[in-house]
Write a protein that binds this ligand. Structure first.
Ligand SMILES: C[S@@+](CC[C@H](N)C(=O)[O-])C[C@H]1O[C@@H](n2cnc3c(N)ncnc32)[C@H](O)[C@@H]1O
Length: 194
C-alpha cells in the first residue's frame, strides 16, 4: 500500500496531463481495459464518464491501493485484478478501448508481442502511451537515467532497438491510425487498430 501511496503523490501527479489527454480520446459511456494500471489513476479519473473499467497489474501493493481507493470513494464501475498479463486468460472478455500507459517498454522482449496481441484481441481501439526516440541529447540523458532507476532498463533498451511502438505494431499486424505528442516530449500516444 505504501508503494501505491508514494506513486499517487509522485508519478501519478506528474502524469496527470497524459491521463487527461488519454481520457479526452475516449468516447463517453464506453468500456476500458487497462494493462499495467498501477494505482488505477487513469481509470479513477475516467470513471465518471465511462460505463465500466477493468485494470490489471501484477503488483499486489498497487492493486491493494486501487481496491482500497475504490472502496473508500464508492466507485462501483471499476474492477482491479492482480495478475500477470502474460499468464492471464481473458476468455471472452471484450472492451471498447484497450489502454497501456508506459507499460509496453517495461516488459521483457519475449512477452511484448504476446501482451500487445492479447490487448488487441479484447479491445476495439487500442491506445498506447509510450516512449519515442528522444529529440535532443538532454532528453536522451534524462530518459536513460530515468529508466536506469526503474529496474527494467534492459527491457527499455530492447524496446528502442526494435523501433519502439512502431516496430512492435508491425510485428503484431496492427495499424497505427494516429500518433499524438503529449506534454512530455519523449512520450507519444499511439492509436492502433487490428
Ligand atoms: C511503468 S509502470 C506504469 C504504470 C501506469 N500505467 C502508469 O502510467 O503510471 C508499469 C506497471 O506495469 C506493471 N507490470 C509489469 N509487468 C506486468 C505484467 N506482466 N503483468 C501485469 N502488470 C505488469 C507494474 O507492476 C507497473 O505497475
Amino acid at each position: 500500500m505504501l508503494k501505491g501511496w508514494i506513486k499517487s503523490k509522485t508519478t501519478d501527479r506528474y502524469l496527470r496531463p497524459l491521463r487527461e489527454q488519454l481520457i479526452s480520446m475516449i468516447e463517453p459511456g464506453t468500456s476500458i481495459v487497462e494493462f499495467g494500471c498501477g494505482t488505477g489513476d487513469l481509470l479513477f479519473r475516467a470513471s465518471s464518464q465511462i460505463q465500466r473499467g477493468k485494470g490489471f497489474d501484477s503488483s499486489k501493493s498497487l492493486i491493494a491501493f486501487a481496491k482500497e481507493k475504490k472502496r473508500s470513494s464508492s466507485v462501483d464501475n471499476l474492477e482491479f485484478i492482480c495478475a500477470d498479463i502474460g499468464k492471464h486468460d481473458f476468455l471472452m472478455e471484450r472492451f471498447d478501448y484497450g489502454i497501456a500507459s508506459l507499460f509496453i517498454h517495461a516488459l521483457p522482449k519475449v512477452n511484448r508481442k504476446q501482451v500487445l496481441g492479447k490487448l488487441s484481441n479484447i479491445s476495439g481501439k487500442i491506445l498506447i502511451a509510450d516512449f519515442i526516440p528522444p529529440g535532443s541529447f538532454k532528453e536522451r540523458c534524462w530518459l536513460h537515467i530515468d529508466e536506469m532507476t526503474t529496474g527494467h532498463y534492459q527491457h527499455y533498451l530492447t524496446y528502442c532497438r526494435e523501433d519502439g511502438m512502431i516496430g512492435l505494431s508491425k510485428q503484431c499486424g496492427l495499424t497505427v491510425m494516429d500518433q499524438m505528442h503529449t506534454f512530455d516530449p519523449v512520450i507519444n500516444i499511439f492509436l492502433m487498430q487490428k
